[in-house]
Every structure is written in structure tokens, then in C-alpha cells.
Design a protein around this ligand. Sequence first.
Ligand code: UD1
Ligand code: CA
Length: 489
Amino acid sequence: MTDSALAIVILAAGQGTRMKSSTPKLLHGLGGVPIIGHVLATARALDAAHVIAVVRHERDRIVEVIDAELPGAAIVDQDEVPGTGRAVEQALTALPADFTGDVLVVNGDVPLLDAGTLSDLISRHRERPVAATILSTFPEDPQGYGRIIRTAAGALDYIVEQKDATDAERAVTEINAGIYLFGVNQLRDALAEVTTDNAQGEKYLTDVIGLLRRAGSEVAALPVGESWLVEGINDRAQLSAAAAKLNALIVRGWQLAGVTVQDPGTTWIDIKAKLAPDVTLLPGTQILGASVVETGAVVGPDTTIIDTEVGEGATVRRTDATLSVIQAGATVGPFSFLRPGTVLGPDGKIGAFVETKNAQIGRGSKVPHLSYVGDTVVGEHSNIGAGTITSNYDGVNKHRTTVGSHVRTGAHNTFVAPVNIGDGVYSGAGAVIRKDVPAGSLALSVAPQRNVAGWVADKRAGTAAAEAAAAATAAAAGSESSALPNASE
Ligand code: UD1
Ligand code: CA
């Protein structure tokens, strides 16, 4: 049910300079979703009456993600005054004037934050007559975070940013998680007092806490035991640590749901992927995007699938597959490359060193060895000979190849598209198929073989080849004469 007394403000205007990246920090991904996408999904779960996202740096790219993940959110553009305090101040202008509820402020860079932690914060805040309740934690490394300064009695007093802190304040290991709940009116009044008089020349949201205290209001900081839940991502080292943590949680979740994951440390599963019970994932496997793996399938080792479906009982070894469908009982690999639009039918096979693209290969059909099959439809129970290439590109346009059912093509064929090969066709080894082949025909394109007897003795006299040939000829003659008496017996 919608919480009519709750507004959520998501701070997404910062540049993220510590990432040292041309991509905005909040668009760097973990688990297949950008950092900001995780926060938006969590915000969506709370079902607040108002959601406001503040943007500025690369605003269009950030807004695109917001529109996709949380279409109901209002977008507020932060002006040139920097700082989290300014961001919230401007966000409040998007709230209806008669809103008197609570404002939950969440930094956009805390991807592992979950809705349960936020619901707890909201209910703890509402139990007591406080102007603000914030989350704190004790991370392994407090460097860079704002420190929580408590009174001698242990009450929250103020927050000081690392860059403004004294040595004594920096020695504090409890940090501000960047997740706050405020009464809207107290927040608005306090923000009006915040200045840019600090080491970074920014309006700090964190100053609101000290200001509320001095105005005689109660404020509280609730420590979160698992610090990874609320840690902000500022640099790429923190990003990879958070990604590993998220992955460990995802892998464990699937293990408890019945998936065998032989080596969790080298197995990566994106948040949107789905796996059935009794799937087996072997070491070095990545199940990325919205991939789906059905029961009994074995994927890996050393396999990456992206937005790919793997059917019941299928096997995919040492393979790279994107936007492909591998149907029940099919086998793929090792060393196969399935590009977008590959559909391998039930019990089909794509074997070693085979590349496919936009290729629909029917039930029971096989492309077992060393081939490229692109822009192609293959019927059922056909076999494409080793080393076959569909020559689909004439340098300007792509053309299609169609192969019927129960076809047996010879080794090392080239299908020069556009070309149609009918049902039940056979083709000879090395054929270059340029013209359509009617059903049931044998297609041959290689000239009949001609053996020039004695050519080596004549043209390569004195070589090892010539000696070997002479020896073989003599041996054959000897065995012929010794065989004769026996034959007459
Ligand atoms: C902030 C807190 C710090 C806390 C830490 C927790 C302040 C002043 N400091 O520091 O106490 O320990 O988070 O992770 O708030 N943003 C804007 N507009 C801006 C600046 C930032 O929207 O002008 C957004 C950023 O996009 C980001 C969030 O606010 O999502 C936090 O900004 P960031 O620069 O990462 O703050 P920290 O220095 O980490
Ligand atoms: Ca941060």
C-alpha cells in the first residue's frame, strides 16, 4: 500500500570524480544493473507517495535509467551550487506544499541497500519524536566517509566530512551511511541555514544534523551491523568489492534453490538471470543479462552466456553465446561462438570451433566442426559437413542460405548465398554451392580428379618423394610376382 506520508529523494547529480571515468559513476554496473538502477529498484519497493531524483552531471543518461526503472519519479535538475544539501533543498521544491510527512534521502551510490533496511529505518524513526534518524556503520576502512560524532552520553551530535575533520574526529570509525529520514518541515528550515563554508565549498546535507541539534531537536543515528549493505561506491576498488559481495549473495541464493555451483568464486550470475533446480554450473561460468537456464542443463566450464536461453538437459561447454536460444537436449561446444539470433533446436549440436549468427538450426540438426553459419535456416536432422562456410556477405549486402531437412553436406562446402538446398540433398566434399539444389539431388562442383602417373619420378627425380615412390612401386611389383604361384594353387 502506498505510504502517503513518505517522500523519497534520490541523489544522483554528482560527477563521481573518484571513478576517473568518462562514464558517470552511477552508470557503472554490478550484477548487470547500473549502480543507480539498484537504488531505484529498492526505492520502488517502498511504494512512497512521492519519489524525486536529483540529477545534473550527464543528466540525460541518468534520466534514461530512471525512466526505465522508476517511471513515476519526478526529476529535479540541480543548479550550479554543489553539494548534497543543495540537491535535497532543490528536491523539496518538487513536493506538494501541503506535504507534511517524512523525507527519506538516499545517496544514489549505495547499490546493495535493501528495502528491509529502509523499512526498519522508517519504523524506528516513527516510533520516536525525532527530527531526523540516519543510518551509520563501521566499515573496514572509514577513509573518505563522513564521521559520526556522538556526545559523551552517546547521542548523535553532528557529522563531520573527512576533509573538514580534525585528527581526533578522523579517528572515529563510525561513519555516515548517507541514508537519512527527516520530518519535511524541520529539514526545510535547517537546509535554509546550510552554507558552503567548508573544505569543499559545498552545501553539505550532513550539516543539517548539527543544525537540528542546535535548534533543540532530537536526532538519532542507527548503526547497521552489516556495513556492506550501506557502503557507498566512490572508486573502482569499492565497485569490484560490492560486485563480488552481490555475486556471492546471488550465487548462494541459487545454490539454496537447487542449482549446483561448483566454484562460486569463478561463477558470475547477473541479478536478472533465472536458473531452474538441478542446473549445474561449472567453474569459470558467467550467466549474464536476462539469461534463463532450464533444469538438468550443464553450463561451463569457461562459458559466458548473455541474454541466452538454455533448454532442459542441454550442455554448453567452453562457449560464448549472446541473444541465442539453445533448446532442450542440445549440445554446444567446446569453443563455440553463438552470436545474436542463433536458435539451436532440440537435440541439435553446434560443435567445436563453430561460429553462428542469425541461424535457426532445426531439431536434431548438427554443425559439428569448424564452420561459420550465418543468416541461415537449417531444417531438421540435417548434418552440415566439417569446415563448411556460409558465404553470406557480398561486400555490400547480407544474403540468406536455406538448408532443408535430412540433408548431408560434404566436408568443406561453401554455400554462396542467396542459395536454397532442398530436403534430402547430398553434396560432395569441397563443393562450392552457388545454385539452388533441388530436393534429393547430389550436388558436385569439384572437377573430377585426374592422377598423372609417374609425375614425381619425372619432375622431382632424386627427391625423398621420388625414392619413396620408387620403393613403393618395387614392393608392389615384388608382392605381385610372389603372390602369383599362390594364386595358381
Ligand atoms: C556523502 C556524505 C558522507 C557519507 C557518504 C556516504 C555529504 C556531504 N557527505 O559523502 O558524510 O559518509 O556520502 O557514502 O553528503 N550528489 C548530488 N549532488 C551533489 C553532490 C552529490 O546529487 O552536488 C549525489 C551523488 O551523485 C551521490 C550522492 O549524492 O549519489 C553522494 O555524493 P558523494 O559525492 O558520493 O558523497 P560522499 O563524498 O561520498
Ligand atoms: Ca559517496
